[in-house]
Write a protein that binds this ligand. Sequence first.
Ligand SMILES: C[S@@+](CC[C@H](N)C(=O)[O-])C[C@H]1O[C@@H](n2cnc3c(N)ncnc32)[C@H](O)[C@@H]1O
Length: 382
Amino acid sequence: MPTHSIFNYAVEPINQWKEGMNADAALREFMKRHPRFPQEGREKLIRAVFAYFRWMRWLERDQLADQVESASVIQERFARDPHSIKDQTLAAWAVPEWVWPELDFGPEPAGDALKYAWLRSLQKTPPLWLRARPGTATALGRRLGHCGPADTPLAPDALRYNGHDDLYRSAPFEDGAFEIQDLASQVVGTLCAPQPGETWWDACAGEGGKSLHLADQMQNKGTLWCSDRSIRRLDNLKRRFSRAKLYNYRVAPWETPDHLPTRTKFDGILVDAPCSGVGTWARNPDARWTTALKDVQELAAVQLQLLNKVAGSLKPGGRLIYAVCTLTRSETTAVSTAFGAAHPELEPVALSTAHGLPSTATTLWPPEHNANGMFIAAWRRR
Ligand SMILES: C[S@@+](CC[C@H](N)C(=O)[O-])C[C@H]1O[C@@H](n2cnc3c(N)ncnc32)[C@H](O)[C@@H]1O
């Protein structure tokens, strides 16, 4: 174990964050610089650094290491008793003020309850979700141990991991038996429901989290086009597909507003667009202090541009799914309303009657599934 206290070690990544690096990247750098830092210490360090960002506005001591220690004390107290902090204090201090006019919790009193449940969800460590290969969740849970089920049919292969092992170094991971993927992202894949033999396009595939889920549902049959503006991310996607032994895909680097990467017409298109990530603020607690309203507005324009660009690539009857892991009006309902109004050739379509989701758009709020927040909308070409 390190001789230095965890709170002192935490100063290094927090200072890097203050210089502009995100906390995840700063922690990864720290681990590279300290390769012999024990696994148990790594977890403690991550918890201490993340507690600092959650409780940043509560911290009054002068020295950064002391502030980290205070944050951990508050975190523990909050874990024991989530009502140790008053609703109004959370609303004033846990998130930046700009976010309030951008959030729609629905009518009171349920809206108010959701608002405070959301704030509380931001102040605790979220669970780690795995996606097993289709139909193998129970067997995987036995193999890994420390796993619990997810109780939603919208993520049938999800497992909650409660253990402390480094799963990236586990044999089942190297065999491609599972991916680490948030439950809300798994719901997006389930709602896409691509069929074996179809032709789909994941237009913002990134490192392939959702592409892998789509390809798995297609049972390695048909074609999934995966595009993204980042070649580096697409390279990681290829590595993940090869670990999963999935081959029904092709990669096509693409960035809006460039010309489309193909004239192919698709049975389905997923636009898992770049967004402000407000739905991930529990998992990335530093992001609430670095994301600004200006980002929301800029990203909303990119989202609309992406949707407008891909819409013409649907076959008649083809479905377009729009997903963003954020909760701001500008990037969710405002984008889907503006897009729908500009495309009379498309009609809003139920997300999934099979799963009892007849609405054409939905917001998954973090406290509902103990997962990231996500907005999902669907259209069909007439
Ligand atoms: C939310 S992430 C995608 C995550 C991915 N679908 C997954 O499940 O792992 C959004 C992606 O959009 C890409 N992107 C951002 N701006 C873009 C643009 N103008 N055109 C195409 N892709 C873009 C980013 O590189 C990023 O990988």
